[in-house]
Design a protein. Structure first.
Length: 520
C-alpha cells in the first residue's frame, strides 16, 4: 500500500491549523506593582497604546506607558482588589462606552455603568472613547445660535451650535450655574445635553441633578460623574466618555451640548497619573502633553457639513482660576483652544452682579454670526458700552466733578447693569431678552430709579405677555428689527410706562383681589 506524500502533508497541515485555532494566543502578563490607580505589568509584549486590558478580578485597565521591560497601565475602577503577581490579559479592543437614547435621564460613571439605581442600561450601540476629531473639510462655519437663556451672554458673547466657549473664573463665582442654566434653557430646542462632573463633591453633583429633575431638564440630559472620591484614571477618562456619548447625536445629524465641569481637575488627575508613571514633568509639574490632552478633547466639538447631516456638538468647558490668574498654565492652554471665553469676576459676584461676567475681557470669536438678527441689532454696541461704563465708573470714583453728559452715561450704565442681572435657574426666552435690552439701550429706563429696574422689567414682560401678545408673537415670527416692529415695541413701552407711572399694574391686582370672595 503506497502513501502519497502530498496527502500526508495536507492532513498534517490541517491538523496544525485546527490545533492552533484552539490555543488562547492572547497576550498575558503579571502585575509587578500596583497602587494609586496604576499598575506596572511584566509581559503583554504585543499590547498597543490605549488598548483595554483585563485583570483577574474583571477590572478594566488601559495600556498607557509602553516601556522596554514593562507596561504602565491605568486602572479604571477599584485598584485595591488587585494584587501583585496576578494575571493580566490583553483584550485587543479599544475602550468604548454605550451610546443612544437609553442614556438620556440617567446618571452614569465614565464607563457607562448606571449610578442612579434605576437598573441596567442596555444600548444597541457603543462608540470608542477616543477618536480623531472631524477634519476641516467635514465641518461648516458656526452660524446657528445656541441660546443660553442668560441676557448677558446671549447679548454680548453669543454661543453658536458647534462652538467651544470657555467659562472661566475663581471658585464660587457661578461657573457651574452658567452651564446648568444653559442646559435648562434647551428644554424645547431638541438639543441633547451632557453634564460631565470631574472631581466635584458628590453632594454638589447630587444638588445639580436634583435641580435638573425639578426643571424637567433630566428628560434630555445625561450626567457623567467621576467625583472627588473617584480614582484619577476615571477622572481623566470622564470628559472623553461624555464626548463619545454626545458625538452619537452629532454624527446622527442632531444637536448636542456638553458641559465639562471642570477641566482643571481633569488636568490635575492627568498630572497625577503621569507623575506616578514617571513621565517627565514640565511647567507646574504637568506633563508636556497636557495641552494635547485638552485639545484633542475640545477639537471634537464641531458643526458638521450639510453632506454629513449638519449635526453639531457645542461644548462649555469650565476652568477654575486661582485669584483671577488667567495667565496660569492650564487657563492659557484652554483659552487658546476655545472660541472665546466668559470670564466671571469675583468682585462683580460679591457686588450682586449675577452672572458676574466681565464684559471687558469676555469674548465670543463667533460673535454676531451666532445671534438672531434682532438681537444683533438691539445689543450690537452693548459690550463696548458696558466696558466703557466700567472704566468711567472707576474714573468717577476719584471724586471729580462730572459734566451732565458723562453723568447721563453713568446713569445709563448703572441701569444696564441692573437689566443684565439674572437669578440662578431662571433662563429667559430670547424674545423677552430682546424686549428688555431694547428698552434699556434706547433710554426708556433712564428715569426709572436703578433699584426699581428689575421690578420694572418683570412687570413689563408680564404686561407684554398678557396685554400685548401680538407684539411678542410678531417679534418672534420676524426676528428682525424692522420699522414696523420698532413702532409696535415703542408703542407698547409707552403704554406700559403710563401704567407703571400711575402704579397701574399694582392697582389692577389690588382691584382684582377686592372683587374676589374672601374665604372665611
Amino acid at each position: 500500500m503506497k502513501f502519497n506524500s502530498d496527502e500526508i502533508a495536507s492532513v498534517i497541515q490541517q491538523e496544525i491549523e485546527n490545533f492552533a485555532s484552539q490555543i488562547d494566543v492572547r497576550d498575558v502578563g503579571r502585575v509587578l506593582e500596583v497602587g494609586d490607580g496604576i499598575a506596572r505589568v511584566y509581559g503583554l509584549s504585543g499590547v498597543m497604546a490605549q488598548e483595554m486590558v483585563e485583570f483577574a478580578n474583571g477590572t478594566i485597565g488601559l495600556a498607557f506607558n509602553l516601556e522596554e521591560n514593562s507596561v504602565g497601565i491605568i486602572i479604571l475602577g477599584d485598584y485595591l482588589n488587585i494584587a501583585e503577581g496576578e494575571e493580566v490579559r490583553s483584550t485587543g479592543r479599544l475602550l468604548s462606552v454605550p451610546v443612544g437614547d437609553e442614556l438620556l435621564g440617567r446618571v452614569v460613571d465614565p464607563l457607562g455603568n448606571p449610578l442612579d439605581g434605576k437598573g441596567p442600561i442596555i444600548t444597541k450601540q457603543r462608540r470608542p472613547v477616543e477618536i480623531i476629531a472631524p477634519g476641516v473639510a467635514e465641518r461648516q462655519p458656526v452660524s446657528e445660535p445656541l441660546q443660553t437663556g442668560l441676557k448677558a451672554i446671549d447679548a454680548m458673547t453669543p454661543i453658536g451650535r458647534g462652538q467651544r466657549e470657555l467659562v472661566i473664573g475663581d471658585r464660587k463665582t457661578g461657573k457651574t450655574a452658567v452651564g446648568i442654566d444653559t442646559i435648562i434653557n434647551q428644554r424645547d430646542s431638541g438639543v441633547k445635553c451632557f453634564y460631565v462632573a470631574v472631581g466635584q463633591k458628590e453632594s454638589t453633583v447630587a444638588g445639580v441633578i436634583e435641580k435638573l429633575r425639578e426643571t424637567g431638564a433630566m428628560d434630555y440630559t445625561t450626567v457623567i460623574v467621576a467625583g472627588a472620591s473617584a480614582p484619577a484614571p476615571l477622572q481623566y477618562v470622564a470628559p472623553y466618555s461624555g464626548t463619545s456619548m454626545a458625538e452619537h447625536y452629532m454624527f446622527g445629524g442632531q444637536h448636542a451640548l456638553i458641559v465639562y465641569d471642570d477641566l482643571s481637575k481633569q488636568a490635575v488627575a492627568y498630572r497625577q497619573l503621569s507623575l506616578l508613571l514617571r513621565r517627565p514633568p514640565g511647567r507646574e509639574a504637568y506633563p508636556g502633553d497636557v495641552f494635547y490632552c485638552h485639545s484633542r478633547l475640545l477639537e471634537r466639538s464641531a458643526k458638521m457639513s450639510d453632506e454629513l447631516g449638519g449635526g453639531s456638538l457645542t461644548s462649555l468647558p469650565i476652568i477654575e482660576t486661582l485669584e483671577g490668574e488667567v495667565s496660569a498654565y492650564i487657563p492659557t492652554n484652554v483659552i487658546s483652544i476655545t472660541d472665546g471665553q466668559i470670564y466671571l469676576q469675583p468682585d462683580l459676584f460679591f457686588a450682586g452682579v449675577k452672572p458676574a461676567m466681565n464684559a471687558g475681557i469676555s469674548v465670543s470669536r463667533v460673535g454676531g454670526a451666532a445671534q438672531i438678527k434682532i438681537m444683533k441689532k438691539v445689543a450690537g454696541g452693548l459690550r463696548l458700552d458696558l466696558a466703557a461704563f466700567r472704566e468711567l465708573e472707576a474714573f468717577a470714583q476719584l471724586g471729580t466733578e462730572l459734566d451732565a453728559a458723562t453723568q447721563a452715561r453713568l446713569d445709563r450704565g448703572y441701569r444696564m447693569v441692573e437689566i443684565l442681572k439674572q437669578g440662578q435657574y431662571e433662563p429667559m426666552n430670547v424674545i423677552d431678552q430682546v424686549l428688555v435690552i431694547y428698552a434699556g439701550t434706547r433710554g426708556h429706563l433712564d428715569k426709572i430709579p436703578a433699584n426699581q429696574v428689575q421690578t420694572w422689567e418683570k412687570q413689563f414682560l408680564t404686561f407684554v405677555h398678557n396685554q400685548k401678545p401680538e407684539v411678542w408673537d410678531e417679534v418672534d415670527k420676524k426676528k428682525d428689527l424692522t420699522d414696523g416692529i420698532v413702532q409696535k415695541i415703542e408703542s407698547a413701552i409707552k403704554e406700559f410706562q403710563t401704567q407703571y407711572a400711575s402704579g397701574g399694574l399694582d392697582k389692577k391686582k389690588a382691584e382684582r383681589r377686592e372683587r374676589e370672595p374672601v374665604a372665611v
